[in-house]
Design a protein around this ligand. Structure first.
Ligand code: CTP
Length: 473
């Protein structure tokens, strides 16, 4: 069968084809195939079909394709962090994501198209006016024939161009033509990141629906400089990309406010010492992640822990039990409250204003007073009591009996009871073996779950909550 050389077509036909394919987000060759198919079926689209006009409404991002093949267009901007983008290509490919790279002119000062091509196993794009790709509106295809566009590093200049809608090079033209989700990984000097112009651009881009990861705090390439401006690590960007590319999940807790406590509390003895416990906060954070994924509006009040803020969750960091109570009270009302924190039962009554010194008088007398019980306080509210209040029971003996007594004493609706004896490794570990106690009037039901990761416990608990919310609505 004869092949068709588009280059040899009349100029007006080429212009028509180029505009029509751009409007439909197809390559010129695909557009020709569509037109031929329509002709055969006897229903050609009318020539002159409208081409986007200045008045045309902005397109909402199209949903990510549901096919299992996932494609990313990775725009590498010109910054020292560009070398990390080469690692990002690998991390994305490890996650079975195909990557097509675009390098800005400045990016080529830091990494070469050859390295990007070798790692992505794809042609790399650099020029807006490349006759090889731009004849069939290559920037439109790069913007649309993918499920996500990542810009890493997103330099101050590239972000400024995006915020203003410039399209004077391939990267900015792709970003302007995009109808796919966009993820930026900003990287720049802290002074540039904090500059009022960059702050304005960041705000504008967020309003435009652009997603961002980072920048992180740390040392800069410039000697003796540190601050916020380092590009997120390749694994963090790849994880964020996977999240965006995941097909939409059911959101049974959409419209619900969930309040969660997590972690230990620190009760000061003097300005440098405190009483604490071994809680890592992992279980509470995992519940926050699961509730957020189920569509809830989540507020997480956490004691001091070494965990990152989960994306999309409002995190309030506190130190002591009293701080935690105040922040919990301020976060009400909520539809569901989950108290996973290992709150210190006591604090020091006579907290030293200065560091306690060793003296010949012997050990300092530490007087303890009881802390407020946050779970009991919220469970017994008459006004603003969340309809579902869930506590945890950390026990080392008589697990179920103690947990049943705790439900009654504290007045909550459910209790997640777990054995925290040192041999179980629960405190600080990644796994948990829990029993769910649910109160129905005077009856208390007990469900024992097998050993699971803390993430699985969180997912199961959120699924139970979703069922109960559905039943009671
Ligand atoms: N809790 C709380 N405020 C406190 C103490 C506990 O909100 N001051 C909450 C915990 O977050 C958990 C539940 O109460 O949801 C049970 O905590 P746990 O440490 O198991 O029990 P305690 O109340 O401290 O009782 P005990 O130490 O006697 O087991």
């Amino acid at each position: 069968m004869a092949s068709l050389t588009i280059r040899k077509l009349d100029e007006h036909v080429k212009t028509y084809l180029r505009l029509r394919s751009a409007t439909n987000g197809r390559s010129v060759e695909e557009e020709v195939r569509v037109i031929l198919g329509e002709l055969i079926q006897g229903r050609p689209e009318l020539p002159g079909a409208s081409i986007s006009s200045a008045e045309a409404p902005a397109q909402a991002p199209r949903p990510v394709s549901t096919s299992s093949a996932r494609n990313v267009t990775l725009i590498i901007g010109g910054g020292i962090a560009a070398f990390k983008s080469l690692e990002l290509i690998r991390r994305l490919k490890e996650r079975h994501i195909d990557v097509r790279c675009v390098l800005t002119k400045a990016a080529q000062q830091f990494v070469t198209p050859l390295s990007a091509s070798a790692l992505s196993h794809e042609r790399v794009y650099t020029d807006l006016f490349d006759p090889g790709s731009e004849f069939d509106a290559g920037h439109i295809r790069l913007a649309r024939e993918c499920d996500l566009i990542i810009v890493a590093p997103a330099t101050a200049d590239l972000m400024a161009k995006m915020a203003q809608g410039h399209a004077d090079d391939l990267a900015s033209a792709i970003l302007l033509a995009a109808d796919r989700p966009i993820l930026l990984a900003p990287a720049m000097n802290p002074l540039m990141w904090n500059n009022a112009a960059t702050r304005r651009n960041v705000l504008q881009l967020r309003r435009d629906g652009v997603q961002m990861i980072g920048p992180n705090a740390g040392e800069m390439a410039e000697s003796n400089e540190a601050g916020v401006g380092r590009m997120s690590e390749a694994v963090e960007i790849a994880a964020a990309a996977v999240d965006i590319l995941r097909p939409p999940q059911p959101r049974p807790l959409a419209g619900k406010r969930v309040l969660i406590t997590a972690g230990p509390t620190h009760e000061p003895i003097d300005p440098v010492r405190y009483i604490a416990n071994r809680s890592s906060g992992k279980q509470g954070f995992a519940i926050a992640v699961a509730a957020q994924a189920a569509g809830a509006d989540v507020t997480l009040v956490s004691g001091p822990v070494d965990l990152h803020d989960p994306a999309g969750v409002t995190v309030i960091r506190v130190e002591s039990a009293r701080d935690m109570l105040h922040r919990v009270q301020a976060a009400l009302p909520a539809d569901i409250a989950i108290f996973a924190a290992a709150v210190a039962d006591w604090r020091v009554a006579n907290e030293g204003e200065q560091k306690l010194k060793k003296t010949s008088a012997g050990m300092p007398p530490l007087q303890l007073v009881e802390n407020p019980d946050i779970l009991a306080t919220i469970s017994k509210l008459t006004d603003k009591r969340p309809p579902l209040v869930i506590g945890f029971a950390a026990e080392t003996e008589h697990l179920i009996d103690n947990a049943k007594a705790k439900i009654a004493r504290k007045g909550c609706d459910w209790i997640v009871a777990n054995d925290v004896s040192p041999a179980t490794g629960v405190m600080g570990g990644d796994r948990n073996t829990v029993h769910l106690l649910t109160r129905d009037g005077d009856d208390i039901g007990v469900e024992s779950w097998p050993v699971m990761t803390k993430e699985q416990v969180a997912t199961e608990l959120v699924a139970k909550i979703a069922k109960s919310v559905e039943k009671n609505s």
